[in-house]
Design a protein around this ligand. Structure first.
Ligand SMILES: C[S@@+](CC[C@H](N)C(=O)[O-])C[C@H]1O[C@@H](n2cnc3c(N)ncnc32)[C@H](O)[C@@H]1O
Length: 241
């Protein structure tokens, strides 16, 4: 191996990156050729339909879709907290339709940007961030799916109508500590056995004091483990009723 090749191998080795980065690691290719189905057909076609309507990267959307598809085999409704322009909601709805499910997808957001509580959140978000959306825009984007219900306003105040419901799948993409904590507190008890909660922002360093802290605090005295994914997401599978 040439000197350049050797230097490159050492510099890009997983061990060197780990030494440099502590608890958080910058994602870099490890130079192994790794199967990445989120970049190619058929998933690439799914992602192309939502690309302009989501902040969520293809790899995270791929995992989200697979988890949602799994939960179509369970009985219970689906939820997304944190919809913004409707990209990931569309992916979940499309998956439910393709799997022939008969459940409802409930969507929670202000639909006008981050609420005022963002001002005191440990993340860098401020009230009004993600304001480039509206309920009518999201409704129009998801108009092909007649099983979607909308709850505009602030979580947790908007959760009341679902008090007696049971859920199979909950996607939490709200970025803020209070919003993530309220989502855990409401949906965990209503999640069916083997149901899943997926947290989008858990692993990103910017959200260590918000989304991650909320999930870790909530699960501290529960049976379930937060399963951290290399995408930055975290999965929780309900293991007891
Ligand atoms: C990162 S965006 C969601 C991204 C979206 N899933 C996508 O596909 O791009 C976060 C959203 O959470 C919403 N949000 C955060 N806290 C909220 C709360 N307490 N009540 C309602 N919406 C909230 C914001 O309005 C924002 O639209």
């Amino acid at each position: 191996m040439s000197f350049r090749g050797l230097a490159r191998k050492i510099l890009f080795s997983e061990r060197v990156f780990r030494m440099m980065s502590g608890e958080y690691t910058r994602s870099v290719p490890n130079l192994y050729a790794t199967y990445t189905p989120w970049y190619v057909s058929p998933f690439a076609e799914h992602y192309a339909r939502i690309r302009d309507k989501t902040e969520v990267s293809p790899d995270r959307c791929y995992f989200l879709q697979k988890f949602a598809a799994h939960c179509c085999n369970l009985s219970g409704d689906f939820v997304e907290c944190g919809v913004y322009r409707g990209g990931t909601a569309y992916l979940i709805a499309e998956t439910m339709k393709l799997k022939g499910g008969r459940d409802t997808l409930h969507l929670f957001d202000t639909f006008e940007g981050m609420p005022s509580i963002a001002a005191a959140d440990p993340s860098a978000h401020r009230p009004g961030d993600f304001g480039r959306t509206s309920l009518s825009e999201v409704r129009a984007f998801l108009s092909a799916f007649d099983f979607v219900r909308y709850y505009p306003g602030r979580i947790p105040e908007t959760l009341g109508p679902l008090d007696s419901f049971r859920f199979a799948f909950v996607h939490v993409d709200v970025d803020l500590y209070d919003s993530a904590k309220s989502s855990c507190e409401f949906f965990y008890d209503r999640l069916v056995n083997h149901g899943m909660m997926v947290f989008d922002d858990y692993g990103f360093q910017d959200y260590s004091g918000s989304a991650k802290r909320a999930v870790d605090e909530f699960l501290q005295d529960k049976l379930e483990e937060p399963i951290v994914l290399p995408t930055g997401q975290c999965l929780m599978i309900k293991s007891a009723l």
